[in-house]
Design a protein around this ligand. Structure first.
Ligand code: SF4
Length: 221
C-alpha cells in the first residue's frame, strides 16, 4: 500500500465511522474551551469536565478570571495535575487577554502562544476547534497512532515533525476533523499499552498490524 493509499483508506474509514468526531471537553464559548484545554495538559478530559463547571460559575469570563486570586482559584483546580502552575497560568492568561487583546480570545497560533500556559498544541486545538483552521494539535495519542498506522515515519521524534507530516498529507478542510479522529482512536481503540487490533477497522492499512502478521504474531488476528 502506498502512502497515499494508506491516507485515503484511513480517512475514508474515519469519515464513515466517526463523521461527527469532536472534542470531549465540555465548553460553551472560546473562553471556556481555552480554560479547559489549559487544564487538560497531562490530565484526562473527564477529570477536567468535572472541574470546569465550578470554575465557570465563579469566573464566567475573562474579566472575572483576570481578577481571581491564587488562593481563591487554586481550590477549584487542586484535583487536577499541576494545580500550582495551572492556577497561575489561568490568571495570567486572562490578564494578558484583557490587556493585550481587548478581552477577546485571539484566534491565531502566533497570538495564542503569547498567553501563559498556551503552547503550540493548545493554540492548534483552539484555532481548529473554534475556527476550523487547518492546524493539527499533536498530543500523545496523535503522536502514537500516526506512527503505528504508518501515516508518518516511525523515525520522527517530535510532535512538531509529526504535525508537519500530517498537515502535508491531509486535505486542509479535513485537518480539524482528523485531529479528533486520531485522538479518539488512540483513546479508545489504539491504546498505548494494548491496542485493540482485533476490533480495529484499520488493520488493512496499519503498518504495525501488518508487520505483526508478517512476523507471525497472529495473536492480533
Ligand atoms: S490495527 Fe492495531 S495498531 Fe493498527 S491502528 Fe488498529 S489498533 Fe492501532
Amino acid at each position: 500500500m502506498t502512502k497515499k493509499e494508506r491516507y485515503d483508506f484511513v480517512i475514508r474509514y474515519f469519515q464513515g465511522h466517526m463523521p461527527d468526531a469532536e472534542t470531549e471537553l465540555v465548553y460553551d464559548n472560546p473562553y471556556q474551551l481555552l480554560v479547559a484545554v489549559i487544564l487538560s495538559a497531562q490530565c484526562t478530559d473527564k477529570r477536567v469536565n468535572m472541574t470546569t463547571p465550578f470554575i465557570f460559575e465563579k469566573y464566567p469570563d475573562i474579566p472575572a478570571l483576570s481578577k481571581a486570586s491564587f488562593d481563591d482559584l487554586f481550590p477549584l483546580i487542586k484535583s487536577i495535575s499541576y494545580p500550582n502552575n495551572k492556577t497561575r497560568h489561568l490568571i495570567g492568561m486572562a490578564q494578558k487577554v484583557l490587556t493585550g487583546f481587548n478581552g477577546q480570545i485571539p484566534m491565531t497560533v502566533p497570538e495564542l502562544i503569547t498567553l501563559p500556559g498556551v503552547g503550540r498544541k493548545t493554540a492548534n486545538v483552539i484555532t481548529s476547534v473554534i475556527d476550523q483552521q487547518p492546524n493539527m494539535a499533536v498530543d500523545t495519542h496523535v503522536f502514537r497512532v500516526s506512527k503505528r498506522i504508518g501515516l508518518v515515519s516511525r523515525q520522527l521524534t517530535t510532535p512538531l515533525a509529526v504535525e508537519k507530516e500530517l498537515i502535508k498529507n491531509i486535505k486542509p478542510e479535513l485537518i480539524h476533523k482528523a485531529h479528533h479522529w486520531l485522538i479518539l482512536h488512540g483513546r479508545y481503540v489504539c491504546t498505548a499499552r494494548a491496542p485493540k487490533c482485533p476490533e480495529c477497522g484499520l488493520q488493512q492499512a496499519c503498518q504495525y498490524f501488518q508487520n505483526a502478521l508478517k512476523k507471525g504474531d497472529l495473536s492480533f488476528s
